[in-house]
Design a protein around this ligand. Structure first.
Ligand SMILES: [Cu+2]
Length: 119
């Protein structure tokens, strides 16, 4: 947990005055279901029209491991036990955005996800 807090502080420092994940309350919403299992997210690339609020319904379908999903813009879910699920409001998407599992070394093992803003 301390490692995660440190990481968040570092990301905020790098991001500078980046827009808050909340964004425009009137933006259209796109909801996408994502599974977390076997050290990957499925799908691992999500295309969203720029200006759309992305909501991810994340389900941990792994037989035995905890996973979560956090994003470069500060949006983050909680640690999900196997079989658990939750909705993550990623905010309004205006540019490419990286997401990953923050648990242990899962990111290094390939648990990453990219949100692509299309025109
Ligand atoms: Cu994970």
């Amino acid at each position: 947990m301390r490692k995660l807090a440190l990481l968040l502080v570092m990301m905020l420092a790098l991001a500078g005055c980046a827009a808050s994940p909340a964004g425009d309350a009137d933006a259209p919403v796109q909801t996408v279901q994502v599974d977390a299992a076997n050290m990957r997210f499925t799908p691992d690339v999500i295309e969203v029209p720029a200006g759309t609020r992305l909501v991810i319904e994340l389900k941990n379908t792994d037989p035995s491991m905890m996973h979560d999903l956090v994003f470069d813009n500060g949006a983050a879910g909680t640690h999900l036990a196997p079989g658990a699920s939750e909705k993550i409001d990623v905010g309004v998407i205006t540019e490419e955005l990286d997401g990953w599992c923050s648990i242990s070394n899962h990111r290094e093992l390939g648990m990453t996800l990219t949100v692509v803003a299309t025109e």
